[in-house]
Design a protein around this ligand. Structure first.
Ligand code: BEZ
Length: 223
């Protein structure tokens, strides 16, 4: 397995399948999550400071993600025993407004780096023994929709992680795109037209709540 060469997963592709042992038992990914969004993320190591703040944040947001039909799955190149000891320790830590955090989502034991390699989580320029801070957004059909890779030193922005999920869900449900810095409730972008004839007509054929700044830059109210 160790010498297998994997290509990096790409947007729009099916999430690579795996079976793994986790703090919540065995999981078959992505099959067990059919019909749900999943955020699969890696962290460099248990019992490290940045990762601890990230787990406290993800742990405190688990219900917010549940409300968005999204499950969390964590991973590091550590053992189940290490994960269990770390999650128990995290529950005792008080950091800012976060305390008594129960991490209830599964954390994968990936000591053999099998999952990490499939997902391009081991990036030798950063480390050959620890996963980078990767985040994969997998949709209810098991397709990869967004990928983030952060270096070891940089704690992730969880506000942005939630915003990405909401933006992907909005694009699917409203068949639209979202502008820079979009937030839920903001106006969304109507898909652009594909012929000159439609471009010429577009400004004359707007529905209620729609407006254009240019023929190729049209918005619709989302309230
Ligand atoms: C951390 O989570 O604090 C960390 C882990 C690996 C390298 C650097 C920082």
């Amino acid at each position: 397995m160790e010498n297998n060469i994997y290509k990096m997963p790409l947007l729009g592709e099916k999430a690579p399948s795996f079976t793994a042992n986790t703090t919540q038992g065995l999981i078959n990914f992505p099959e067990d999550y059919s019909g749900k969004w999943v955020i699969l993320f890696s962290h460099p190591a248990d019992f490290t400071p940045v990762c601890t703040t990230e787990f406290m944040t993800f742990g405190s947001m688990t219900e917010e993600f549940e409300e968005l039909n999204c499950k969390l799955v964590g991973l590091s190149i550590d053992s189940i025993n290490s994960h269990i000891a770390w999650l128990r320790n995290i529950k005792t830590i008080e950091w800012g407004d976060k305390k008594n955090i129960d991490v209830t989502f599964p954390v994968i034991d990936d000591l053999k780096m099998e999952v990490a390699k499939k997902y391009g989580m081991v990036q030798p320029g950063e480390s050959t023994t620890a996963a980078v801070r990767a985040v994969f957004f997998v949709d209810p059909e098991g397709k990869i929709r967004t990928i983030l890779y952060y270096p070891l030193s940089l704690g992730r922005n969880f506000d942005e992680i939630k915003r990405i999920l909401q933006g992907l869900q909005k694009a699917d449900s409203a068949k639209c795109a979202t502008p820079a810095d979009w937030r839920p409730g903001d106006d969304v972008i109507i898909p652009s037209v594909s012929t000159l004839e439609k471009a010429n007509k577009r400004l004359d054929a707007l529905n209620e709540g729609e407006y254009c700044l240019e023929w190729y830059l049209c918005f619709k109210k989302d309230r």
